[in-house]
Ligand binder design. Structure first.
Ligand code: URA
Length: 195
């Protein structure tokens, strides 16, 4: 029997643990979990944040703290179900004091994120925030291109990518929550077009 997508993701996680991927970061922050993606392992749409926070580290799941709760609210407002999608982060250990992951840390996790995406095979990517966007669209400025569909190359495949603001950063942006909601509506239109 062929391994399911979930089996393949479990194998990837084990491979990362065995290979000590991100070990320096794990030790620096005393992180308790390698936080892999959750949700629908065969989703057409994958959401990508930057790195787990405190609650994510404790539970071993992405976007389960305050930022994740707000995202859940917006999914609900738009009649969408978070469980239909796959949600993950680039960096899979919590950085100390939630600092930004360094370029070296991102580079260490990047090939594994790519493997994760090759396993799930999304048709649309969604980035949360500046760091995740910067990984896929290095020249992209989140303040100008949030809510505007981009095209990125994932291996052999060109994929649309929707940049969203980071749900943790909305209080620093004028009308941040409204802007986030407006972008999410545009995202929903793109998702509806996929089906
Ligand atoms: N912020 C992120 O980028 N990822 C999480 O999982 C939680 C907060």
């Amino acid at each position: 029997m062929n391994p399911t997508t979930k089996d393949q993701l479990n194998t990837l996680a084990q491979h990362m643990l065995d290979g000590g991927v991100g070990l320096a970061l794990k030790n620096e922050s005393n992180a308790t979990h390698l936080v892999m993606g959750t949700g629908n392992y065969d989703a057409d749409v994958v959401f990508i944040g930057e790195a787990p926070g405190e609650e994510e580290d404790l539970q071993g799941k992405p976007f389960v703290g305050a930022a994740g709760k707000f995202v859940n609210t917006v999914f609900g407002e738009l009649g969408m179900n978070r469980d239909d999608f796959y949600i993950t982060n680039i960096v899979k250990y919590r950085p100390p004091e939630n600092r930004d992951p360094s370029p070296e840390e991102i580079a260490e996790f990047a090939p594994h994120l790519e493997s994760e995406l090759q396993i799930v095979k999304p048709r649309l990517l969604v980035t949360f925030g500046r760091i995740s966007l910067g990984h896929f669209v290095p020249e992209g400025k989140i303040k100008t291109i949030h809510g505007q569909l981009q095209r990125v190359q994932l291996g052999q495949q060109a994929l649309p990518l929707m940049p969203l603001l980071h749900p943790s950063a909305l209080r620093f942006i004028k009308n941040g929550r409204q802007v986030f909601r407006d972008d999410f509506k545009l995202l929903k239109e793109e998702i509806d077009r996929l089906t």
